[in-house]
Design a binder for this molecule. Structure first.
Ligand code: BMA
Length: 298
């Protein structure tokens, strides 16, 4: 099973007229809300500091963007950039999980908004550790908020009563040694509820630092249980703009949305451009259904 690349790829390119997005636009969050696709994309200018820009689209393919970023570094722990946004709509708010990069390291942070333009910082949510690839579930599970995050090289699950203090951390998926997942794995966009489980798309890095995408289904009432996991990648870098860019051989996703039964997976190509790959949600679920699951990780 492979995702199908959209024929208009890449769907968003750097804009050399704007200093803040002149070099790279990649690893965007996308939400579909009130009939429109909204994209919050990571942008870098020549100084390599990441900002987050906003674009909007009717069809998910053709985008109109704002001239200035909607979210830029403001705190010391994000002084070198705000990176890799993921957005979850939860209880009437948009929550953006993002990485703050600074001399102290990389920190898992969160902000929230009512309109996707004006963001209120909630701060670092996993203090005193390098962490990223964190994404919020779109509803409570057994009465608590749930989060995927990444302590290298694994995908972890955590719970919270207030979205700020996270506890009950546990590993749910480990890389598979010797494969396309050898080095590390990390969650993509927010988990998607389906009748058969939480669908997650994730990235995996092999021994040569090639980034590919895989998919898994987690149990609805206990996402620590991996019901099914793709043994082979559903997307891997082959196009020129996936193989060559700022960082070679990278497809990296922070966004998966379902509209009219179609799964839209947005991904950065080689840390330089934004692209789109799709498939029928039912086709991916049918594929995953016959992939093996795994025993609970310790
Ligand atoms: C990861 C993240 C992503 C990036 C990828 C490939 O560690 O920082 O932002 O796309 O590396 O460079």
């Amino acid at each position: 099973m492979r995702l199908e690349r959209h024929k208009h790829n890449p769907v968003l390119l750097p804009n050399p007229s704007h200093a803040w997005e002149a070099l790279n636009v990649f690893n965007a969050a996308v939400v579909h809300h009130n009939g429109l696709f909204h994209m919050l994309y990571r942008a870098q200018g020549l100084d390599y500091v990441s900002h987050i820009g906003y674009a909007v689209s009717e069809d998910g393919v053709h985008w109109a963007r704002l001239d200035t970023p909607v979210f830029s570094p403001a705190e010391s722990w994000e002084a070198r950039g705000v990176e890799d946004p993921r957005i979850t709509y939860l209880e009437g708010h948009f929550y953006m999980t993002y990485t703050g990069y600074s001399p102290i390291g990389i920190r898992a942070a969160m902000a929230r908004s009512q309109n996707l333009i004006r963001w209120e910082r909630m701060g670092i949510i996993l203090p005193n550790e390098n962490n990223k690839d964190h994404t919020l579930f779109p509803e409570k599970i057994n009465g608590r908020y749930a989060l995927l995050h990444r302590r290298p090289p694994d995908i972890w699950l955590a719970y919270s009563d207030d979205l700020v203090h996270w506890t009950d951390h546990r590993i749910i998926m480990r890389p598979r040694p010797g494969t396309w997942e050898h080095l590390k794995i990390g969650a993509g966009g927010p988990p998607l509820r389906t009748d058969e489980g939480w669908l997650i798309i994730y990235h995996a890095v092999d021994a040569n630092r090639v980034y590919r995408l895989g998919a898994a289904l987690l149990a609805l009432d206990d996402p620590g249980v991996v019901l099914h996991r793709s043994p082979t990648p559903i997307l891997e870098p082959t196009e020129v703009w996936e193989v060559r860019g700022d960082v070679p051989n990278v497809v990296f996703t922070c966004a998966n949305v379902v509209v009219d039964g179609m799964l839209y997976v947005y991904y950065g190509g080689a840390d330089r451009v934004m692209a789109l790959a799709t498939c029928e949600l039912d086709a991916l679920l049918a594929y995953l259904r016959q992939c093996p699951g795994e025993p609970a990780a310790a």
